[in-house]
Design a protein around this ligand. Structure first.
Ligand code: C5P
Length: 229
């Protein structure tokens, strides 16, 4: 497995303030993390310019906007985000199969309108800060039925998602004995990859480190170690 293939599986959560800080962080870690997760903090500050800035730095964009509304509104929002060139977009699977289907279709249409490669629609199953994952099975089923390419889930649910034929974007990653902060269902990067995660979303273990570049490089090496063994 090449270094760039490992890089394609690592997303940095840019929960760091405005666009200047986000670009600085993405630039520092981009040799090891090839996806930038733009959440609503950064999106509220910078809007779609954040997507272009990340693409200019050579990283793909995961718009973590967790759309959840009536199907028509979700379809329209997803269509615009697809036109803007996001590479991944997520939807709260709790919104149900019709809402998810509307989002999947809207995203696909928007990307096609603008001539972008088809983005990946992800259903958010259960937040990794939530200790109760009882809704997981139903939400996974809705995401699969609606045509999502994958789901956002904790490392504990990866096997079930793979059985359903979907890919996994896995947050709640912690390194060594560091605390989980507000995350409850956590795993280390190597365990999550060993368990079959397709992509890892990692924020504070990198962005809160004294040396983010060094922390990103260490996580990249851990993941590479699993994938080449
Ligand atoms: O800092 P930390 O590594 O906990 O960041 C995880 C990121 O993943 C946060 O930006 C959070 O919003 C996001 N996320 C999550 N759980 C989900 C979906 C997204 O933690 N189910």
């Amino acid at each position: 497995m090449s270094g760039s293939a490992v890089r394609d599986r690592l997303a940095i959560a840019l929960d760091v303030g405005g666009l200047v800080e986000a670009c600085r962080m993405a630039e520092r870690v981009q040799p090891w993390f090839g996806i930038a997760k733009v959440g609503y903090e950064l999106y509220a500050e910078a809007g779609p310019a954040a997507f272009d800035a990340m693409h200019n730095l050579g990283v793909r964009v995961f718009a973590d906007l967790k759309l959840h509304d009536i199907p028509n509104t979700v379809a329209r929002g997803a269509r615009v985000l697809g036109r803007r060139g996001v590479d991944f977009l997520n939807f709260h699977a709790a919104g149900g199969v019709e809402m998810l289907r509307a989002g999947v279709e809207g995203l696909k249409e928007g990307a096609a309108d603008a001539g972008h490669e088809a983005p990946i629609a992800l259903g958010v199953t259960v937040l990794t800060s939530d200790a109760d994952a009882s809704a997981f099975g139903q939400r996974l089923e809705w995401a699969a039925k609606a045509g999502c390419g994958g789901v956002v889930c904790s490392a504990l649910e990866i096997a079930a998602v793979r059985t359903a034929g979907l890919r996994t974007m896995v947050p709640g990653i912690r390194v060594g004995a560091v605390t989980g902060d507000d995350q409850v269902r956590v795993a280390t990067p190597d365990d999550a990859i060993r368990g079959g995660a397709d992509w890892l979303v990692i924020g504070r273990p990198v962005t809160g480190a004294d040396d983010p570049a060094q922390a990103a490089a260490a996580i990249h090496a851990l993941v590479e170690g699993v994938l080449v063994s």
